[in-house]
Design a protein around this ligand. Sequence first.
Ligand code: FE2
Ligand code: FE2
Length: 186
Amino acid sequence: MDPTKLLEADHRQVEDLFDQIEKAEGDERMPLIRELETALRAHMQLEEEVLYPRVTAVTGDDQVQEAETEHELARKMMADMIALAPDEPGFDGALEAFKAGIEHHVEEEEGEMFPQLRSEGAQVLAEIATPFMQKRVELGLPMDAAALAAASTKEELLEEAKNAGVEGTSSMTKEQLAEALAGVMA
Ligand SMILES: [Fe+2]
Ligand SMILES: [Fe+2]
């Protein structure tokens, strides 16, 4: 199981929400902004509590410190944006600044940190898999079947599904296992 694959699925969800906010108008924007805030806060907390503390051993302190600083900046830019009503002057500028900050951070995670973890930190990724999944459930982050299938081998899904009390696992395909597991963890 590779937790970074699920984090990448979170990033796609956040990008999709930014798109929706940009296309929406006036009052339609508020529920989307709230959804973005909830998703991002949970995602950052998951990375900070479960992933980053274990990453330093693989990438060194600098990359993790930079990532944590970028999370703090993201929280600040998000608060600045939320402080403005969507129809207030300056909102679009605050939204674009916030989005650019997130894009930069996601690029660094997906372009540097995650690839380095996959090539040099397989052991760390394996060790954090279980606490990572528990924390996701606790934080209410989505358990997407397709992302789960992409992040895991069939054997890993089989094991997790059995542990979660799913029945009839022996005749299931990898996709069916991911669906069943996503169902019980949601
Ligand atoms: Fe991330
Ligand atoms: Fe991050």
